[in-house]
Write a protein that binds this ligand. Sequence first.
Ligand SMILES: O=CCCCC(=O)O
Length: 491
Amino acid sequence: MLDTVTDLKSLLNDPSLLETRAYIGGQWVEGDNGTYDVTNPARGDVIAQVADLSRAQVAGAIAQAEAAQKEWASWTGKERAAVLRKWFNLMMENQNDLGIILTAEMGKPLAEAVGEVAYGASFIEFFAEEAKRIYGETIPGHQRDKRITVIKQPIGVAASITPWNFPNAMITRKAGPALAAGCAFVARPAAETPLSAIVLGVLADRAGIPAGVLNIVTSSRASEIGKEFCENDAVRKLTFTGSTEVGRILLRQAADSVMKCSMELGGNAPFIVFDDADLDAAVEGAIMCKFRNNGQTCVCANRIYVQSGVYDEFAAKLKARVETMSVGDGLADGTIFGPLINGEAVEKVQEHIADAKAKGGNVILGGASSDLGGTFFQPTIVTGATKDMLVSVDETFGPFAPLFKFEDEDEVIAMANDTIFGLASYFYAKDLSRVYKVAEALEYGIVGVNTGIISTEVAPFGGVKQSGLGREGSHHGIEDYLEMKYICMSV
Ligand SMILES: O=CCCCC(=O)O
């Protein structure tokens, strides 16, 4: 049982990793607004009380970042790479402790949490390497006496707002390229999961990242902090992962200062199973894709389309596999499905299931809260899903798998693209020309073909349509933190 912060400390190999103060300008800082409670979603127990910063303190953090940025940018790429590499090493050396902290505040099973820490650290490793490869360009002059050079420079101070579902990796995917580029960074983690962010500050400090280059600002007041980030002229880049609704608000707020924005927003991922697919592989892919993090991931399948010839078999196989998977505390052995983050998340899953049932859906597995109570929910599969159901337009963000039936390729492509979102999509098929045609026709930033897992630091992650702006990860990911400068010289 994790009743208090002392209990959580006792689970850690290095209890000093559990810090509850904010990290600003290399100092550990108490909140002007006191503290707020961080709870364990499995039981609702308070596990820590974290610094609740005021807007003025966040402005102070931005000032510290601004003061530190120029010196940091003057370091060579190789020098920046060396400390980023140390930061990566420290994350991996403390991977299990970081995983325990993450599970305690977010709820996902420990194996997934430890996996997320490795995934998060991979962005620091990758961008440490990229720090040495920020190349410019020479362009043939437009007149005989002209020489044109393009250099790339850090954009300045970058600020991030990140969600609770990936409390580690969503920060590192932004901080890695920002710091590698020579930007200073101010991170505001989700109020639900500040401890995983703060521990990144602890390790950054140990790695020798200079004071002010990385700042972690914790606060229970999301909208105030969002406003400060958008309205403070020293912030030149805002990077956000979260809902499309909040992304729109931030974009509006950021318009006045014309800052560069990256938005990784909501999805409504289709997962398509064609009749020539390897069905067992498709079932495994659907499980990974739909139920990763208990369905609480922006790239989780939201709508599963299965061609009529294999529909019943796929449904039976999926049910048989999912019913063997257990729901439980994230720290308990064998848990596959942890708790949902909070009561609101449970209500949304319930609403989508009730709506599906009312519109003719047939619950073949689950459908209700788990006997464990709290926010534990049974993984649920519904057959007979139709496009008038809520789930076809709205991301459930929970363990609900609706199975839609389709007849042909054109029909399913039209259904899959019939959404304002365009983040991830998936399909299983063997026919090569179908594979190419469908991959090209899906209006999404990411297409998984015969795989349910597409996330990696080496590929560009991001969406089209109202799923966002910009790409994170890969060599493209650093571009969002750089400005191009064109130098025109007359010789
Ligand atoms: O909710 C979105 C988090 C993205 C997780 C990933 O990188 O796969």
